[in-house]
Design a protein around this ligand. Structure first.
Ligand code: FA5
Length: 340
């Protein structure tokens, strides 16, 4: 029995050494050390016939043989696993220092770029950047700007009305009112933001577009101040001489009111769809704040005066980059956006 055991252990260890797959090893384990029908289990069946001392000795040898076969199998499995891993690592080697392919850095939308530039410019001149709600109430969008409900000026801006006297703001001017409500004069503020109008869309009109409101309230603010800030704004955006014209404009919240137009930079004045063949683009309505508006926001017009402007930010971007159709800006077309 002892020699059979020694023979079995020897031949098993040789087979294990030769095995090259996990499956082969598993087959050896079942055949040699399997509980039912394994060679060692078969040998142990004959132990009943032995005298007790001999049974203990053979039992010990049997356990040693089983241990040695199982340990050899585990060691060989580990070896096969390691070899497989090494092979995989060799074939799947990655150079982590290589630049990734196909990753394109994004860029800011041209509207955002110019908005940030203007925010920086006005901050450097002491203006605060304010925000206001896109869903406005009638009071801030119209009444507080000297446009009561029976005023014909309400028709100048086709409005998306919501329930309960709310609306989608038609301009950024309500943020002027909110600014005056929150901060006592002297006050310098701008308010860039999205506005909405229920009008038909064409090359220069969107239903959803961006404006940048500006307001300064101080002692003795005059048209001279207004013109200075408008010139500074245009010089910063265009960095070259652009043709402008100032003409009277009517807005109930300013008096006097002006329309500042810019010579069309798409056609250089020759006439195109954007300027409606006039050579000029309406860009920057402005004026001195109407005393009624100051009074409604509890500011004494005998002590304070101010100017305000409502820059058409979307149109300004069109002029800066010679974009000939306003719809491109909100199209989400990557061929267009990748140019910025
Ligand atoms: C206003 O919205 C006034 N709140 C501006 C203002 C503020 C005047 C402060 C005086 C003092 P207006 O409706 O003209 O004004 O619009 C201002 C600018 O927004 C226009 O000059 C134009 O550049 C732009 N704009 C108007 N409608 C559209 C539109 N549908 N699509 C794109 N831009 C537009």
């Amino acid at each position: 029995m002892e020699s059979t055991l020694a023979e079995l252990e020897k031949s098993s260890l040789e087979e294990i050494a030769k095995a090259s797959t996990i499956e082969e090893l598993e087959a050896i384990r079942v055949r040699v050390a399997g509980r039912k029908g394994g060679a060692l289990a078969e040998i142990s069946k004959g132990m009943g016939k032995l005298v007790p001392e001999e049974r203990a000795r053979i039992g010990k040898l049997l356990n040693q043989a089983k241990d040695s076969v199982e340990r050899a199998i585990e060691a060989k499995k580990k070896l096969i696993d390691n070899e497989a891993l090494a092979k995989r690592l060799d074939s799947e080697w990655l150079d982590l220092t290589l630049p990734a392919s196909g990753v394109k850095p994004g860029s800011l939308h041209p509207l955002t770029q110019i908005r940030y530039e203007l925010e920086d410019l006005f901050r450097s001149m002491g203006f605060a950047v304010l925000d206001g709600p896109e869903v406005e109430d009638e009071y801030h969008n119209f009444d507080a700007l000297n446009i009561p409900s029976d005023h014909p000026a309400r028709d100048m801006q086709d409005t998306f009305w919501l329930d309960g006297g709310f609306l989608l703001r038609t301009h950024t001017s309500p943020v002027q009112v909110r600014g005056m409500e929150h901060y006592p004069p002297p006050l310098r503020m701008i308010a860039p933001g999205r506005v909405f109008r229920n009008e038909s869309v064409d090359a220069s009109h969107e239903h959803t577009f961006y404006q940048l409101e500006g307001m300064m309230i101080d002692r003795d603010v005059s048209v001279g101040h207004l013109i200075y800030f408008m010139q500074t704004l245009l010089a910063a955006v265009f960095r070259r001489e652009v043709k402008v014209r100032l003409r009277p404009g009517f807005f109930p919240f300013v008096e006097p009111g002006f329309e500042l137009d810019i010579g069309c930079l798409i056609c250089n004045g020759a006439g195109c769809a954007v300027c409606k063949h006039s050579g000029w683009v309406e860009l920057l309505p402005c004026g001195l704040v109407n005393p009624n508006v100051l009074r409604m926001s509890r500011i004494d017009p005998d002590k304070w005066s101010g100017f305000a402007f409502g820059l058409g930010l979307t149109r300004l971007v069109m002029m800066r980059y010679a974009i000939n159709d306003i719809r491109l800006l909100q199209s989400g077309d990557l061929r267009f956006l990748n140019q910025f």
